[in-house]
Every structure is written in structure tokens, then in C-alpha cells.
Design a protein around this ligand. Sequence first.
Ligand code: GDP
Length: 443
Amino acid sequence: MFDSLTNRLNKAFKNIAGKGKLSEKNMDEMLKEVRMSLLEADVNYRVVKDFIANIKEKAMGTEVLDALDPSQMVVKVVRDELVALLGESETSIHFKEEGITTVMMVGLQGTGKTTASAKIANLLKKKKDRNVLLAACDVVRPAAIEQLQTLGQQIGVEVYSEGVEVDALTTAKNAYQYANDNGFDTVLFDTAGRLHIDDELMQELENISKAIKPDDILLTVDAMTGQDIINVAQSFHERLNVSGLVLTKLDGDARGGGILSVRAVTNVPVMFVGLGEKIEDLDIFYPDRMAERILGMGDLMTLIEQAEEKMDKEAAEKSAERMMSGKFDLNDMLIQLEQVSKMGSISKIMKLIPGMNQMASNMDELKTDNKLKYTKAMIQSMTPYERENPDVIRSGRKRRIARGSGTQVGDVNRLISQFEKTRQMMKQMGKMQQNGSMANMDM
Ligand code: GDP
């Protein structure tokens, strides 16, 4: 997602980088490039037009032209405009102070509505400490009810259903009553979808909306459908007054045009983004983080949050402590490697690090991930004694380790020598820290 847009934008900025002053001419050239890259990413034509006009107006202001490094200033202007385009700040669910908060999930079939219902229920339960009930109001497809029940079981959230014999409106009303009687503070209503927008569906959704007066109506839209998102969002919004969008399948290789245009055209904010099929693959949508990611500036906030969530903090801290005290052994290296692999592929992580985006795109992902895998396999093929005392690993042991991990003796040699170098470095750093001479080091 966004890879080619990011690359093209960076190329546009490079052309003006290092120029002492910006002239209207090279500014125009750069803007032309930016315009082309947005259109190529399938951003709505009118949105691009306004976007470029805004940038030009802001960037041609005197403070930009007098700035020390104009190209940096221009990137900042573009960044700020992107944030504005995406919606300034994050929008959250409108929780009621008292009583039951109700959220109605709507969307076309196949966009990921049922999955998103479960993902959001899980997020509200885990992060907001809500007591959530899922209501199965898609009574058209029996499979949809079963799917919601399976997901509910997976995340430990109760699913209210009366099967396909009872109509959606009655189910919705009864689900609300059930939540009220049983101490739930949040109900998510999974409603029926269709392949295309039709009046009968809209009428059903309107009726449910009138009856339960939801605090939020969230529309799921599939990022892969490009600019079509805008038409779908507009149609739903006209009938239902949608309060937020859930943009799904952002992990696919869509060009990104839909996500960049939909807020500007419909004025409905994106609240969540779906990044995969698994329950945890849902993020709150932060316009500033997304803008910075599009510009290849990385997303450190997300990286830190993911690290906190997925890593075994205690194990990582303990091994870091041991590293600094010079007691670092191959067990620690294995722990660190395991923590890193839990976060996903290396190139995915690198994209979140400022300045590393370009490198990540050029990287042979399979090769790097394989290297990580083989390094882990080599350490795992060692006995606990060998991991603690790598010095004892001589030729016979090396051959056994190589065989056990499907590698060559040369690979084992490289690992051990790399480990030795790291251990030496860590020892030195640990000593310096103890002597308080860190501050003098030029790091
Ligand atoms: P519904 O018909 O709108 O309820 O759609 P579903 O929730 O059944 O999802 C349709 C398909 O899309 C399923 O195979 C999901 O696993 C998949 N899906 C949903 N969200 C995402 C996402 O964010 N990324 C990816 N890759 N697949 C998703």
C-alpha cells in the first residue's frame, strides 16, 4: 500500500532538495510531479486539484522561500496538507456517558463488515475495557451468523442471535433489551449487506437506525475498490448519516486513492483501518501517522505501540540488562530474535522507521526473513550449554549444528563471529555506562 506513491513523491522532493532558494519554476515542476503521483495513485481529480492549489498557496508564502532549506519546508507543507486531507485528528466512537453505547455496522457484502465488527468488539473490550455484546442482525445469510458466532467465541465476546427466522429489526431491538438486562455497556449490531446498494437494504437499515438510534453508524469500505469507495460512502451517508468509516484490506496492494479522497469528498472521517484477516489486524486511524507514512517518514508511534503489545517485555528487558552487563550469550540473542520475529516481517518493521522506507522497498524480503529464520534455527540446534558458552563450539559441534539447522559450517562460523563482535561491543558499552562516560561518547 502506498509504496509507489511514496516513491514518486520522494522523487519529486529530491528534485528541489539542496536548492538554496526555490523559484516559481522549480516549485511548479515539483507540484506537477506531486500532482501526477496522486492521480496515478487514483486520487479523485477534484481532490488533487484543490490539494495542489493549497500547497502552492502555502508554499509560495515568504517564510518558505526565505527558509534555510526550502525543500524541507515544502515537505512540511505537503505533510500538513495531507493530514488535513485525511481528517486532522483521529475520531473515536461516541461513547455515552451513561447507558448503553450502540454502534451499527453497515456495508456492502464482502467488504469485511462482519470481520470488522469482531475486530472492533475485541479492541473495545481489550483497550477500552468495555463490556461488549455483538448482535447478529444479518439474518439474510445463515453463514453470516455462524461467522459472527465463531469470531465471538474467539475473542470471548457474547453474540446475540435469534437465527434467520426472526427479522433484523426485531433481533436488533431484542439484542438491545438483552444488553440492558444483562449489564452490557456496548452493543455492536452487525447488519446485512448486499453486493450492490439497493433500496430494500437501505430501508431495513433505516428502520433499525430509527429504532435503536445508534451513537455511531460505521460503514466498512474495501480499500481495494479504489475510487468506488466514494460513491458507496456517499450513497450510505445520504440515507443513514454515517458517522465513521472502517477502511478494510489496507494490507492489499491498492494504490491508496480511495483513502486519500473519501474524507474530502464525503466529510465522513475514517475511524479504523483493517490491515489483515486476523482479529488483531485493526488500527485506529491517525491522519498524521498515515500522512507521514505516505511521505516515507516512517511511523515510530505505531512501531513503539506494536513493540509494547507484541513483545514479551520482561524477557526483552532481562536480556537487555544481561547484554549491558557483558553476560550476553546466545540464549539472549535467541530471545531478541524471537521478539523481532513476533512483530512481523523485517521489511514491514523497517517501513515504520523514519528514513528506512526506501531501503525496505529495495530489500529482498524473503532473503532477509530467511536469514533471520536460519539464524534462529542455528541457535536452536545448539545445546543449552553451547548457547551459554559459545567458545566450546568447535568443528565437530559446528558440523552438527549446521546439519540440524539446514545450513553450512560457514554460516555457523559467521554467526559465532558476529556474536563475539556484538558481545565485545556490548561489554564496552556497559563499562562506559558504569563509568558515566556515555555522555562523552559521540554516538
Ligand atoms: P462481510 O460480507 O462484509 O461481512 O465481509 P467479511 O467480514 O465476511 O469479510 C470478507 C472477506 O474479507 C473475508 O475473507 C475476510 O477474512 C476478509 N477481510 C476482512 N477484512 C480484511 C482486511 O483488513 N484485510 C484482508 N486482507 N482481508 C480482510
